[in-house]
Ligand binder design. Structure first.
Ligand SMILES: Cc1cc2nc3c(=O)[nH]c(=O)nc-3n(C[C@H](O)[C@H](O)[C@H](O)COP(=O)(O)OP(=O)(O)OC[C@H]3O[C@@H](n4cnc5c(N)ncnc54)[C@H](O)[C@@H]3O)c2cc1C
Length: 360
């Protein structure tokens, strides 16, 4: 499958209503003079703009909009989306939604040099920026903001942890790695760090290893060097999401986004699979809070990520779901202890009354 094929299976009705929404947005953009409102872009292939969900929710606010609603589309969110999508419950398919605050990126839309980097940095004036840098007193973190989360800008090194890692500070159930090894093996194959069990390393590149590799190998102490498994295509191939990948051109730009279509990032593997199995992925949607919705489930209060759209739209959009999966860290929760009771590591199983995820 090529990226351009995705979405071809959608119904005419969907396409018809999308055209109406697109036209309405174009008119609105013209009326309010927002010439930079991007309604023409055809760069999304597995996600839809949040406006489509906003429209649906506002037309039927009392409905349960999703059986499972996943917040964030990084590794946590993508694993959940691909695991839930296509499953049946009580004789009908589970409806799965993913809310991602960032945009969708295609090869070619990432920064190509230092000069282009600043406009891809997330800030108050550029909430959809790809690279989110958080400067703390002692620690600075960098996370991604886009469909695919960290996989868009990470180096793609993916190794199974040493068993000793789980001996301290992790739940006791994880202590015996041999119990979990088959899951690591499956995850690595799905994510492209192994291919049918064989590590995917630069040593497998069809054009040979780069000079840098040879130089590092020559200075490494004996027996202390091996190529790391990475989630980058070493030859023209197909991802587990059935998307074609180009062989890596060894430019080293993995950490600002792969413009060569060689990175086996989540948008081409697990999220593409989830999309194929019916999960709906919405980009440009920032979740602010989660609240209990009686016994029935949860209300996920969301807004447009883009500051102009948010200002124009006005209010939060209360999306109802039976189950919510947090596919992102909840650092802000720790700063709002009153707002939160307890929350599980990946799933909002407990009962936060009003779990704050982000600020307006
Ligand atoms: C430059 C760089 C290089 C790295 N290299 C490696 C490497 O080689 N190997 C390795 O193992 N790890 C690497 N990492 C780390 C790895 O990418 C992360 O550990 C991983 O992405 C974390 O996955 P996650 O699902 O927890 O979160 P993320 O991948 O960060 O996904 C969270 C997602 O949630 C979205 N989100 C957040 N808040 C909201 C909200 N309120 N509403 C809606 N959506 C929201 C975010 O936009 C994001 O897409 C690297 C990271 C960076 C930044």
């Amino acid at each position: 499958m090529q990226r351009s094929d995705i979405g071809k299976g959608r119904s005419q009705t969907d396409k018809g209503s999308e055209a109406v929404i697109d036209e309405a947005l174009r008119q609105l953009a013209g009326e309010v003079g927002m010439s930079d409102l991007d309604t023409e872009s055809k760069t999304a292939w597995i996600s839809q703009g949040f406006e489509r969900l906003v429209d649906r929710v506002r037309k039927a606010p009392a409905n349960v909009h999703f059986d499972v609603l996943i917040i964030g589309s990084g590794y946590g969110g993508a694993v959940a989306a691909s695991s839930f999508a296509g499953r049946m419950h009580e004789g009908r398919p589970i409806s799965v939604g993913v809310l991602e605050r960032g945009r969708e990126y295609l090869p070619g839309s990432f920064p190509t040099g230092l000069g282009e980097l600043p406009r891809h940095i997330r800030s108050d004036n550029n909430k959809e920026g790809l690279i989110d840098i958080r400067i703390g007193a002692e620690v600075v973190t960098v996370v991604a903001n886009g469909v695919g989360g960290g996989s868009l800008i990470n180096a793609g090194v993916m190794e199974t942890p040493l068993p000793s890692i789980f001996h301290r500070g992790w739940p006791a159930a994880l202590k015996d790695l041999s119990v979990w090894k088959s899951y690591f093996d499956r995850a690595r194959d799905l994510l492209g760090s192994t291919i049918m069990g064989t590590p995917n390393t630069i040593a497998n590149h069809v054009d040979g290893v780069p000079q840098k590799f040879r130089s590092v190998r020559s200075i490494a102490p004996d027996g202390n060097f091996r190529p790391a498994s990475i989630t980058v295509a070493m030859s023209d191939t197909v991802s587990s999401g059935n998307v074609r990948l180009n062989k890596c051109v060894r430019c080293g730009d993995c950490a600002t986004g792969c413009n060569g279509g060689a990175k086996n990032s989540l948008d081409v593997n697990l999220l593409a699979r989830a999309h194929e199995y019916g999960a709906e992925i919405f980009s440009g949607a920032t979740v602010l809070t989660i609240a209990r919705d009686g016994e029935a489930g949860w209300i996920v209060n969301s807004v447009y990520t883009d500051a102009k759209l948010r200002k124009r739209d006005g209010g939060t959009v209360p999306i109802r779901a039976r189950k919510v999966v947090l596919g992102r860290r909840y650092s802000r929760l720790q700063r709002n202890p009153d707002a939160v009771t307890r929350i599980g590591p990946a799933t909002a199983r407990q009962e936060p009354r009003n779990t704050v995820l982000d600020q307006w």
